[in-house]
Design a protein. Structure first.
Lengths: 241, 224, 360, 224, 360
């Protein structure tokens, strides 16, 4: 059951890896603005965090990369009722380092220089599933003129391209924004028509064990405040419908 | 960059590796001795058992350990009773690492233990040394290279391991976030320069420690 | 001195050790017999390094092994020193630490032999700080003997402990060993292929063959029994007990009274009146029908022939058992001479003894 | 469930582990012998070097290997020359696994190699056996337990490893999707029963193989 | 037979092996000397198991080692058989595979000794399929000898190869060894602490002390030189060369003509007219001023005293060197007797020899 804690405890946040840097910025801003303790952020694959939460992991809120896992937690009875909401919607992009883009996604993929295309594992990562849907829609999923390699996470899908082993990669817009903030990585993206894939809604839930910590509510309020939303949008996410 | 070069994960990693290596030597030594010299007919089963954790992917092993040690696991009542929390805590990481590196301690030790000259053990017995005494006064000095190998492998393997640790809650900054996970996170977050810096530091540091260790060891042998 | 007796049955492959033994008299018990007879196996049973399938072992008042009553005292709780046939020194320890290994594990009160004494007695001074891995064969053996002695054991098991020593070194070590064993009244079993060496040290002899002790008894009697394997050996010999009668300082000789006559031997460092045992090799004894004239042979004993047998492995030779004033003495002569002298049981002869050694 | 119990990843994993273990024995044996008996003063450096890959988290090591072996890597011209593709291929997985399991082969072997009785090696020399002949006719039979340990550790460690493999292999079904990744995926997708089934199968299978191996080995020793 | 000569300098800790040596005559060269003298070290240099800092080694026409010209033939390319002082059998191989290890590595043409012959000669039949780890000490030594012989070497190095054998077994092995060595004309170096044993086998003797060969030469001359260490030993002895004159089948004796007289010894299985060497222990020789009467001593030789010295370690005894028709013969008698007989160089004496052994 919920454990009573001193009010001075920081908020413990579990976050899907792709949202890690965004939540870091939100947390820093939250703490700067309110003078509260900076939330402690643990990132990981959504599935991993889900398993940990079911085994009593000490998290107060969970920002998942999908909707399924928060829903399951809800069914498991581990979340504060009514706390689930969509905090961001991801944007899938096609990325390659360096060169400027023109043309459509289809043209880009059919470029004879494209030998390897990386995606995240569709079975595990929502962005991977989205990439698969796009490829299916444009008829390049079965028997494509290139090899599709799968990263376990978006991060790996990105790395395949970053190391030059894949020419193109389906990744999240937010990643490219982060990457462009890093020195040495210059890149441009080709946005993908959101109708080609199911919306990448990412849900968050407040966990029951956080009941005694009032700071959790304040942090969640901040995240869904206009300032918070603006920061999320700036990171490359569409806002929730 | 500043946050990246936070040294807490390094300290935590070294502590975890050291504690794990020590515990492994304590557990692994008698186990290896028994495997090498025991009389039971079922040694071969135990020997096979010791390696099993390694055939599973680390995260999967971690997943099972999480179920077993977690709040809703079958042994939860036990942990509650003794008031320790085994997941999302240092203790949990140690348990996971110990299980995961056990064969890398037991196997090399068993190998050298089998080579301890029987006439010397027998001589020690006739000179009044009981089994434990014989073990420490004859077998251990004759097996130093095996202990070194076991300690190095256990330490290094724990330093680099992150699957089990991640699963058991090893990513809470300042609490259970070890270096391997910190590096992994940096790579995942595309913070390559931070990842490179940490990796290079870790590799250089390990190399120095290992080189000194092996150098002293080779000296010792020449001097003997 | 602790009595040692018992019986063992131990099978290893096709070899079966199945024997009783008893070592009760004072001093050293020599254990002889052909290669593969089971001498080492027997010592290992005594030391507790083998667990026989059946049998028992009594040492003084203690029972160290009893298969029926399931008693088995492990080696470390038997008060034994064991010098093995092949080196078993601790490779990771210096000579000094090897020597002290056993004595460190003794209670102070049980520690009788001292390091200095052993080091001096065995000439190990210069080796103390050396690693054992580069010792010569003979040096290793001396260290092994020292290590066993420093354990201050009740029972000392010696498996050919001086086989790698040169003759002079061997004599020195055996002299020292004899002295220590007597000083501390240690019961010891001495395996040797060299009968002279064994007889010099032993009061009692065991002869093993194919896993069995086939002859056993007082050294004097066993050695001179023409029907036992000892007498057949080239190095067969007799032991005579005597008393020192006087010294000839000038000539460096000592007179010993034994078997109703006086024997001369190289000067012994012992007072007049003390008792000593002398060792006479059968091949050193010649026989004559009359007292000889001027020869370099100092010792002439009057004797009666009591038994004559042809040496089993050397049909040209005869083993003659003499009676010298009630004491048995063996002679080994050619069949041709025996015929020429017309020897028969009862014949009166003079035994010319070329060389007499003190069997100390 | 049907897809879950696809056996291609299992076959691939076994092949990868077997190939890796064999290559490791081939590379690791002379290396371990040199470390145990070589005369160079710099052995201690090599000894330290061998362990280094293990101190890095597998995915990070994989990341570096990907750069090194990849299309833009410093050695790319070499791979192009010999016309092999080392990433996203079985060959790449083998290279990654070999590097990552090297110490688990080299260290146990070195331990037993140091214990090969020198008098026996010298006797072999005087009986006409050159260095290589001595090695195979004396050192190897005297070190069988070390070889067994090395082979088991290399095989098991490769079977369970997935970090490096994932990075270098790109998870291409039938080509680089090994069992450990498949199990991991099931866990991630919350398909626990499939994960359990695969894990249980893997563990049971490994246990049987290992038990038989150790059983035969213990028999052999008794018979010797 | 291959000549072996050279010199070595090898320092190991405080020990310095620094010696020249030469082994040119036919047959076996015995290497004797106190424990720690450097005998094993010398053999290891010959085998190529040590690399001396200086020196060279020439074997027949080949140079196996030359420090100056940086020649070093590794052990496996030297045609040697080496029986080490301590067992070095291959623990993982059966007795048979141990025996065959060396011969398997030979070209067919170089294979001279055959397994069957060696197995018979050393009595290893029953052991062939056994593991070597549970052999007895003596069995191990015999296997080691067999293994070295089956390598069919040019040079055989034997480091106390029969120290763990009983007397009978030892005689058998030495007889077989002698025969094999002659048959294949193998040059061999034999380290032994037993002078009798060494003399029985050797034509040439080396005496080492503190890392140096201090005496070296033909066995007959070296053994009877009263100024060399051999004569000082208890087991000092002389070698006489003779020719078989006849056999006395009935008595089991053989007459050998040597040094102008006839000696009787146990029957030898060799035709009349063949030449043989006999071995006479100094302590078996007694001296008389007149020809003796009826004694069991068969062999009486007329001789002149050529030299007399007091035995260095035993002042009660004298070493007497006799001249028997130009052949040297040693006798060891007490100083008392020497005085009583008034022995001096030139004195005419009768040497009574109790027992004569064939130094086959
Ligand atoms: N496992 C076994 N299988 C068959 N025979 C064995 C086994 N173990 C030992 N033996 C035999 O037992 C016999 C006795 O061995 P032991 O070592 O006691 O002899 P020993 O009298 O000490 O001989 P030595 O004088 O040569 O040292 C030997 O012939 C040996 O080969
Ligand atoms: N590293 C070393 N440091 C000092 N002394 C050494 C070293 N190695 C060998 N020695 C000494 O060299 C000497 C010669 O040894 P070696 O084995 O050649 O003697 P050995 O004549 O064979 O004696 P034994 O008859 O006892 O076998 C020994 O006294 C030994 O202690
Ligand atoms: Mg024995
Ligand atoms: Mg020696």
């Amino acid at each position: 059951g919920p454990v009573a804690r001193a009010a001075s405890e920081p908020v413990r946040v579990a976050v899907a890896a792709n949202f890690k840097q965004t939540i870091d910025r939100l947390a820093a801003e939250f703490s700067r603005k309110t003078g509260e303790l900076a939330p402690v952020v643990t990132s990981g694959a959504s599935g991993l965090l889900y398993s940990q939460i079911t085994q009593g992991a000490p998290f107060d809120v969970f920002f998942s990369a999908d909707q399924e896992r928060p829903e399951r937690l809800e069914r498991d009875g581990l979340v504060v009722p009514g706390s689930r909401y969509t905090y961001a919607v991801g944007k899938l992009v096609l990325w390659r380092p360096g060169r400027a883009w023109s043309g459509t996604v289809e043209q880009a993929l059919k470029d004879p220089l494209v030998k390897v295309v990386s995606i995240a594992n569709p079975a595990v990562a929502p962005y991977g599933a989205a990439a698969q849907q796009v490829l299916e829609k444009i008829g390049l999923w079965t028997a494509p003129p290139f090899r599709v390699v799968q990263g376990e996470s978006l991060g790996q899908a990105f790395q395949f391209v970053a190391t030059g082993n894949a020419q193109l990669g389906f990744i999240a817009l937010s990643q490219v924004k982060e990457a462009n903030a890093q020195p040495g990585i210059e890149s441009e993206v080709l946005e993908i028509d959101p109708r080609l894939y199911a919306p990448l809604a990412q849900d968050a839930v407040r966990l029951k064990r956080s009941a005694a910590n009032a700071a959790v509510g304040r942090f969640l309020d901040f995240v869904s405040s206009p300032q918070g939303r603006a920061m999320i949008a700036a990171a490359g996410y569409a806002s929730a419908p | 960059m500043n946050a990246a070069l936070d040294l807490t994960p390094l300290a935590l990693s070294l502590r975890l590796s050291a504690v794990t290596a020590i515990i492994l030597l304590i557990i692994g030594t008698p186990l290896a001795w028994w495997l090498a010299h025991g009389r039971s007919r079922f040694r071969f089963l135990v020997e096979a058992l010791v390696v099993l954790p390694v055939v599973l992917p680390p995260t999967v092993l971690g997943f099972y350990l999480l179920q077993l040690l977690g709040a809703n696991g079958p042994l939860a009542w036990l942990w509650a009773l003794v008031e320790v929390r085994l997941v999302f805590s240092f203790a949990g990481l140690v348990i996971g690492s110990v299980i995961f590196s056990l064969p890398f301690v037991v196997y090399p030790l068993k190998g050298v233990f089998e080579k301890v000259p029987r006439p010397q053990l027998e001589a020690a017995a006739t000179l009044g040394a009981g089994p434990v005494d014989r073990f420490f006064s004859v077998a251990v000095p004759a097996s130093l290279s095996g202990f070194l190998a076991a300690a190095v492998l256990a330490f290094a393997h724990t330093l680099g391991e992150f699957g089990v640790v991640l699963m058991l809650g090893g990513n809470i900054p300042g609490e259970t976030q070890v270096l391997s996970i910190a590096i992994y996170n940096h790579v995942e977050q595309l913070e390559y320069s931070a990842a490179h810096a940490l990796s290079a530091g870790l590799v250089a540091f390990s190399f120095m420690v290992l080189a000194v260790l092996h150098f002293t060891n080779s000296r010792r042998k020449v001097a003997l | 001195m602790t009595q040692l007796s018992g019986h063992f049955r131990l099978s290893r492959g096709t070899f079966l050790l199945d024997t009783a033994f008893d070592s009760a008299g004072p001093g050293v018990t020599a254990l002889c017999g052909p290669s593969g007879a089971g001498k080492t196996s027997l010592l290992r049973c005594l030391a507790g390094l083998e667990t026989p399938e059946a049998g028992m072992l009594r040492v003084g008042d203690e029972v160290w092994f009893d298969a029926k009553r399931r008693v088995f005292v492990p080696p470390q709780r038997r008060s034994i020193g064991y010098v093995t046939q092949e080196s078993s020194l601790f490779a990771h320890l210096s000579v000094e630490d090897n020597l002290l290994y056993g004595s460190k594990r003794l209670a102070d009160s049980a520690r009788r032999a001292s390091l200095d004494d052993v080091v001096d007695g065995l000439g190990l001074k210069a080796l103390l700080s050396r690693r054992v891995t580069n010792l010569s064969g003979g040096e290793r053996q001396r260290v092994a003997i020292g290590r066993a002695l420093l354990r201050s054991p009740q029972v000392l098991l010696l498996d050919e402990p001086v086989s790698a020593l040169d003759v002079a070194g061997r004599a020195d070590v055996l002299r020292y060993l004899r002295q220590v064993l007597e000083r501390f009244a240690v019961r010891s079993i001495y395996v040797s292929h060299d009968l002279r060496e064994a007889a010099r040290l032993a009061n009692e002899m065991l002869w093993m063959e194919r896993g069995k002790v086939v002859a056993q008894g007082n050294a004097r009697d066993v050695l001179t029994d023409v029907h036992l394997p000892f007498a057949e050996l080239d190095e067969a010999e007799s032991l005579l007990d005597g008393v020192i009668e006087g010294h000839d300082e000038q000539m460096g000789l000592t007179r010993i009274r034994c078997a109703d006559t006086t024997l001369w031997l190289s000067q012994v460092d012992a007072p007049v009146g003390s008792s000593h045992r002398v060792q006479i090799a059968a091949r050193d004894v010649s026989l004559a029908l009359s007292a000889p004239g001027a020869v370099s042979i100092l010792n002439v004993l009057e004797a009666n022939v009591s038994e004559l047998v042809v040496a089993p492995r050397q049909p040209a030779q005869m083993i003659v058992r003499l009676d010298v004033a009630g004491h048995p003495l063996l002679a080994r002569i050619t069949r041709k001479s025996a015929l020429a002298l017309q020897l028969q049981p009862g014949t009166r002869v003079w035994a010319l003894v070329k060389s007499v050694a003190l069997a100390e």
